[in-house]
Design a protein around this ligand. Structure first.
Ligand SMILES: *Cc1c(COP(=O)(O)O)cnc(C)c1O
Length: 362
């Protein structure tokens, strides 16, 4: 039987292949490899899609987070509050600014940052709170914003998601990643910062271009983090199809929900007010069976995965942070991500759920 990947990048490419080929020729003819007209057009289109005034393309999502943190004033001596259960990049980006990551637990149902815990962790040293819109739905940014602390949203998994009608970044600043497997994926590393603040957007753009607004005038100690013309071609072609792709992911998630009705797993929950974009469809398998189930699915050519196997404080890099986050620690050995992408077929989903049910029987 054919493999069912966790994410089908070949199927995604097939939908934009011609447009990408034509666009690549255009960029090569113009030799506009870093920045340029395609990048400027994409930035405008993504800002419009996100309902914000500015989008600044950068080299990857981790840089986007770091530069967004720096733009709101995060730096040495400060603290940034983030969830313990996230991709390591959220913590890395904080550490790279010189600030200290302060971890908090997650909600046991949605795995989003525990809003009350985040608000309780605010101290005079807090320079930002970084909610992660994990798996494709947004954390409670409105309540976090009421703290008065700058909110830097990690929107790497939530392109197109909304909460009470607003996208990430609409009320402040958000960083996103266009890593190939994200809902909006490039053909290499890429990322962006979105915000309606002219000042923050200018700071991010300046920091990403060696701290300069003009060539050879370096006002800040920056980095080299810019978006490439070839990536912008891919992103423009895929952005035009993103809303449709997200709708197909929602249909696939609804189908899994049905198919899993009588299967002994905990299905994912969506918070009120959220329009989920299902970057990841994460079920929970209690009682220590997760690893055996994962191995069995993988043996059958089904690309299930784990997002993420270790909370941040259980990694070698951040073990020094210590702490105890019971919900994140309980979830890590039980969560399992099933294949989901816009092109997944009902037959493929039936095969995934049958294999899952069979593995649980054993
Ligand atoms: C992918 C991801 C990032 C980092 O993005 P890169 O482009 O890989 O640097 C950050 N945070 C989360 C939650 C992610 O999923």
């Amino acid at each position: 039987m054919s493999r069912i990947p966790l994410v089908d990048l070949a199927a995604a490419h097939a939908e934009v292949a011609e447009e990408v080929e034509v666009g690549f020729k255009r960029v090569i003819a113009a030799t506009a490899f870093v920045g340029g007209a395609e990048v400027a057009a994409f930035e405008q289109e993504y800002a419009a899609f996100s309902g914000v005034r500015h989008c600044v393309g950068v080299a990857n999502g981790t840089d986007a987070l770091e530069l967004a943190f720096r733009a709101v004033g995060v730096g040495p001596g400060g603290e940034v509050i983030l969830p313990a259960n996230t991709f390591i990049a959220t913590a890395e980006a904080v550490a790279r600014t010189g600030a200290r990551p302060v971890l908090v637990d997650c909600d046991p149902r949605t795995y989003l940052i525990d809003t009350e815990a985040a608000l309780a962790a605010v101290t005079p040293a807090t320079q930002a709170i970084a909610p992660v819109h994990l798996y494709g739905q947004m954390a409670d940014v409105e309540r976090l914003r009421a703290s008065g602390v700058p909110i830097v949203e990690d929107a790497a998994q939530s392109q197109g998601a909304t909460r009470n009608g607003r996208t990430a970044g609409a009320g402040g600043i958000a960083a996103t990643s266009f890593y190939p497997g994200k809902n909006l994926g490039a053909y290499g590393d890429a990322g962006a910062v979105v915000t309606s603040s002219e000042e923050w957007a200018d700071t991010v753009r300046t920091l990403g271009s060696h701290g300069g607004r003009k060539k050879y005038q370096h006002d800040l100690i920056g980095v080299n983090s810019r978006l490439d013309g070839l990536q912008a071609v891919v992103l423009r072609a895929k952005l035009a199809r993103l809303a449709d792709g997200n709708a197909r992911r929602r249909a696939a998630a609804a189908r899994y929900h049905e198919l899993l009705t009588d299967v002994d797993v905990v299905r994912p929950a969506t918070d009120d007010g959220n329009e989920h974009v299902w970057h990841i469809y994460c079920v929970r398998i209690p009682d220590g069976h997760r690893d055996a189930v994962l191995a069995e699915l993988n043996a059958q050519g089904i690309g299930a995965g784990i997002h993420y196997p270790f909370p941040v404080h259980k990694t070698g890099a951040f073990a020094h942070l210590g702490g105890s986050f019971p919900n994140a620690e309980a979830a890590a050995p039980e969560i399992l991500s099933l294949p989901i992408y816009p092109q997944i077929t009902p037959d493929q989903q039936a095969r995934v759920t049958e294999a899952l049910a069979a593995a649980l029987q054993r």
